[in-house]
Design a binder for this molecule. Structure first.
Ligand code: FES
Ligand code: FE2
Length: 380
């Protein structure tokens, strides 16, 4: 049983509401969020399979920042801000690649994979500048069960392992480090990021709006589970409908069983592993045959990017073991529905007449505790 299911559901108070209008529309609030929230919390950046060799890198955008996620050594991955320490040029625009060093295209300052300045043409070390003081700015990076997470703070208040704990046995059995990405969708949602967060935190809207999701997930018990999402992170997946083995339009497997489940002869295992990071949501869902990871990236007060990555086991063969359309079908449809719901919701919130109404204490129990976490971060 996962950690969430082991806890007793809380019921929110009937007087709970979402936040006042300013929190969703004010550019000043967004600026404060950059410092108080976006630069403090952990978020998913990618998978170790993207950078297997030393020097492999990929670019990752988060909260208006460009980060270079690079494999510095067999053991170490770094996340450098893509900002030259000379006059600030981006070091690379390539979405991914392999390098020995990063050479700034402007005046050829050259950096090691670990971010140290190695050479500045016509500016030798210790003559007019101190190379040691001009390393690339770093974000914190941690690999947890093969997944790469970043925190824009170079020294976060809590490491990810402190926040989440070690990966549980059920999750490790799926061998999440042995996945390969098969597709990713990026949706631009014209809404405040908290509108999208609130939408994800409740399934009050699911029965009326998500016919595909209702095929796979046990929506009723997800009401109870989300009521426990009160901190900045949690472990656990979403409960599937009874008798189903995975999330797909038919409830049947859409790829080879992951990890050590390949040897199982009992496919009725209801595997629901995963994790969530809050308040800027990262949601990892691991099923018996595939994984989906959703990541929120706030762009401005009224725009947020929602990226979904889909993974199967690394030796699965397209056309034989899986088809991308079938693996991604349920969440693709659901994401498109949520985009429309959130954009319509946000248009209403923009009205000067908007005041937050009472939340459903039985089906929207997660909203207020998560918003309270957010408010505490904003007030620090
Ligand atoms: S801005 Fe990078 S070398 Fe000048
Ligand atoms: Fe939804």
């Amino acid at each position: 049983m996962n950690e969430i299911a082991a806890q007793k559901p809380k019921i929110s108070r009937a007087s709970d509401t979402t936040l006042t209008r300013d929190y969703y529309v004010s550019p000043d609030v967004f600026e404060r969020e950059v410092r108080q929230v976006f630069f403090k919390q952990w978020s998913y950046a990618g998978h170790v399979s993207q950078i297997p060799n030393i020097g492999d890198f990929f670019l990752h955008s988060y909260a208006g920042e460009s980060l270079i996620i690079v494999r510095e050594s067999a053991e170490n991955i770094r996340a450098h801000f893509n900002v030259c320490r000379h006059r600030g040029s981006q070091l690379t625009e390539a979405p991914s690649g392999n390098v020995k060093r990063f050479v700034c295209p402007y005046h050829q300052w050259t950096y090691e994979l670990d971010g140290r300045l190695k050479r500045a043409p016509m500016m030798p070390d210790a003559e007019c500048i101190d190379y040691e003081k001009l390393s690339l700015h770093m974000a914190a990076v941690e690999v947890w069960a093969g997944m790469i997470f970043i925190n824009l703070a170079s020294q976060p208040e809590q490491t990810l392992i402190e926040a989440l704990g070690a990966p549980p046995a059920g999750l490790l059995k799926l061998e999440p480090e042995r996945l390969k990405e098969i597709c990713r969708d990026r949706l631009l949602v014209k809404a405040n990021w908290k509108t999208l967060l609130e939408n994800y935190l409740e399934c009050y809207h699911c029965a009326g709006s998500h016919p595909e999701l209702g095929v796979a997930f046990d929506i009723q018990s997800s009401f109870d589970q989300t009521a426990d999402w009160g901190g900045t992170c949690f472990l656990g997946g979403e409960p599937l409908r009874k008798g189903l083995v995975t999330v797909s339009m038919t409830g049947e497997l859409v790829s080879k069983p992951l990890g050590r489940h390949a040897e199982d002869r009992t496919p009725e295992l209801e595997v629901a592993e995963g994790l969530g990071l809050l308040p800027v949501l990262t949601r990892v869902l691991l099923h018996i045959d595939h994984a989906v990871i959703h990541v929120m990236n706030p762009l401005s007060v009224n725009e947020v990017e929602w990226t979904s990555y889909w993974y199967v086991r690394d030796d699965a063969v397209e056309g034989q073991d899986y088809s991308v359309d079938k693996v991604a079908e349920v969440w693709r449809a659901t994401n498109a529905e949520d985009k429309q719901l959130c954009e319509r919701n946000y248009k209403g919130v923009l009205s000067r007449t908007f005041v937050p109404g009472p939340l459903n204490p039985r089906a929207e129990g997660a909203l207020r505790p998560v918003l309270d976490v957010y408010l505490r971060m904003m007030d620090q």
